[in-house]
Design a protein around this ligand. Structure first.
Ligand SMILES: Cc1cc2nc3c(=O)[nH]c(=O)nc-3n(C[C@H](O)[C@H](O)[C@H](O)COP(=O)(O)OP(=O)(O)OC[C@H]3O[C@@H](n4cnc5c(N)ncnc54)[C@H](O)[C@@H]3O)c2cc1C
Length: 384
C-alpha cells in the first residue's frame, strides 16, 4: 500500500501503551502513524551523572518527570493482575505474555528476558488463578519451601522487562518502519489536528484522521477528555546492583506488595508501595528502609555474604548497593482501563474519530501488546 493510500493515525503519548499501539498499527502496513508526545524516553547520555557500585557504572535512565510518564518507572515483570472474572484484561495479559515469549526468542537484542517467577501469597489465592494453566513450567511451591507467614506459592517462567531500555527499543522499531514522531504538548485532542501537515504532501482530509489517545494521566487534563476517574497510584522503588539475582519474587498480601525484579543488566528493582491519590514525588526514607529490609528477607541472595545473620548487618550490606530510589505513578482509572470509540469536533466543525486506550494502572507493560491488538481490531471492525 502506498503512503497516500494508508489511513492516517495520530497517537497521543509515547509511553509503553502509545509506542506498542503505534508499532502494531505501523507494522500492519495499513496505517501511517504519527506519535505526538510531550515526553519520550532516550538512552542516558554519556555525560550524565555516573553512580558507581563495585565496577558497575549506573547512569540514571529515569529522568522524565514521574507524574508525566509512568512507563520508565515501571519494574517491570509479567505477573497476572486480572482476576478470574476480568476477561478483557486476562486476554490482554495472556497475549502479551505469549508475544514477549516469542519476541525474546526472535529478537536477541530486545531488553526483555525469561526468568523464574515466584509469586507467594499470605492468603489462599482463589480469585486470580486463571493464568496457572497458561504459564510455561508452572508448579506449586511445596509448603515446606515457603517462607514463614506464607500460605501459598507458585513458580513459572516469567518475563522481566527493562522498561527504560525497552521504550527505546520500541521507539526504534517503530521509526525503522517509517513511523513518525513529533515532540509537543497539547491541551486537547482536537489540537492534534494541527499536526496533520507532519504526514507530508500525502495529506488526507482531516475527516479521515483517527486519533488514538494513549495519554494516561494526561487524560485528566485534556480539555475535551477531562477524565475525572483518572488518578495516580504512587509507587516507591529502590534500584540496587545485584547481578547474582536471577528470579523474581512477589509477596502478595500484607500492607504493601513486596517484589524483587532483576532487570537483566545487573540492576534489580525492589518495591514497593501503592498509595492512591498521593502526588508526592519525593522518596520517603522510612519506606526505603522497609523495602530494603523486607525484600532482603524474601530474597537472601540480594547480598553475597551469606555468613551474616544480624538483620542490621545485612541491611548495611544491601544499602551499599543502592543506585537510586525512585517514585513513579501508576495511571489508574476508577472502573478500569478506557478502551472505546469516541469522536470529537475539530476546529472547522468536522468530526474526528478517536479511540481511547488509557488507564492501565499497574499492568500497562504486561498487557501492552494485548491492548494494542484490541485497538487494531477496533480499527478493522469500524473499517477505518
Ligand atoms: C513503581 C511502578 C511499578 C510498575 N510495575 C509494573 C509491572 O511490573 N508490570 C506492568 O505491566 N506495569 C507496571 N507498572 C505500570 C506501568 O508502568 C503503567 O501501566 C504504564 O507505564 C502506563 O503506560 P502509558 O503509556 O499508558 O502511560 P505513560 O507511560 O504515563 O505515558 C503517557 C504518555 O502520554 C504523554 N502525554 C500525556 N499528556 C500529554 C499531553 N497533554 N500532550 C502531549 N503528550 C502527553 C506523556 O508525555 C507520555 O509520553 C508500574 C508502575 C509503577 C509506577
Amino acid at each position: 500500500m502506498s503512503t497516500q493510500q494508508k489511513q492516517h493515525i495520530i497517537i497521543l503519548g509515547a509511553g509503553v501503551i502509545g509506542l506498542t499501539t503505534a508499532l502494531v498499527l505501523q507494522r500492519s502496513g495499513k496505517y501511517q502513524v504519527l506519535i505526538v508526545s510531550e515526553h519520550k524516553v532516550s538512552s542516558p547520555s554519556l555525560d550524565s551523572k555516573v553512580i558507581k557500585v563495585d565496577d558497575f557504572e549506573f547512569r540514571d535512565p529515569t529522568t522524565v518527570p514521574a507524574l508525566k510518564m509512568a512507563s520508565p518507572y515501571s519494574g517491570s515483570h509479567w505477573r497476572a493482575i486480572s482476576t478470574n472474572t476480568e476477561e478483557q484484561l486476562q486476554k490482554c495479559e495472556l497475549q502479551t505474555y505469549n508475544t514477549f515469549m516469542s519476541l525474546v526468542k526472535s529478537n536477541p537484542a530486545i531488553p526483555v528476558k525469561i526468568v523464574e517467577g515466584n509469586d507467594i501469597y499470605t492468603f489462599e489465592n482463589t480469585s486470580s488463578t486463571w493464568h496457572f494453566d497458561h504459564m510455561h513450567d508452572f508448579s506449586v511451591i511445596k509448603p515446606s519451601e515457603l517462607p514463614k507467614g506464607i500460605k501459598m506459592g507458585v513458580k513459572y517462567k516469567t518475563l522481566i522487562i527493562n522498561s527504560p531500555q525497552y521504550l527505546v527499543w520500541l521507539f526504534n522499531e517503530f521509526t525503522k518502519l517509517g513511523g513518525l514522531f513529533k515532540q509537543a504538548k497539547v491541551n486537547s485532542l482536537r489540537q492534534l489536528e494541527l499536526f496533520v501537515n507532519k504526514f507530508g504532501p500525502s495529506n488526507l482530509p482531516v475527516s479521515q484522521l483517527t486519533i488514538i489517545n494513549c495519554s494516561a494521566l494526561g487524560s485528566a487534563h485534556l480539555t475535551d477528555v477531562k477524565d475525572r476517574k483518572m488518578h495516580p497510584i504512587r509507587g516507591q522503588v529502590v534500584v540496587v546492583y545485584a547481578p547474582q539475582v536471577n528470579r523474581t519474587v512477589t509477596k502478595i498480601g500484607g500492607k504493601f506488595m513486596r517484589y524483587v525484579i532483576p532487570r537483566g543488566d545487573g540492576t534489580v528493582i525492589l518495591g514497593g508501595t501503592h498509595l492512591a491519590h498521593d502526588y508526592n514525588s519525593t522518596p520517603n526514607d522510612q519506606t526505603t528502609e522497609e523495602i530494603l529490609a523486607e525484600t532482603l528477607e524474601l530474597v537472601p541472595e540480594l547480598i553475597l555474604d551469606h555468613s551474616l545473620v544480624d538483620p542490621k548487618q545485612k541491611l548495611a550490606q544491601i544499602k551499599k548497593k543502592v543506585l537510586a530510589v525512585k517514585v513513579g505513578f501508576r495511571p489508574a482509572r476508577l472502573g478500569g482501563t478506557r478502551l472505546e470509540h469516541d469522536k470529537i469536533y475539530g476546529y472547522s466543525g468536522n468530526t474526528i474519530k478517536v479511540i481511547h486506550n488509557y488507564g492501565h494502572n499497574g499492568y500497562g507493560v504486561q498487557s501492552s501488546w494485548g491492548y494494542a491488538n484490541m485497538v487494531y481490531s477496533m480499527l478493522q471492525q469500524s473499517k477505518l
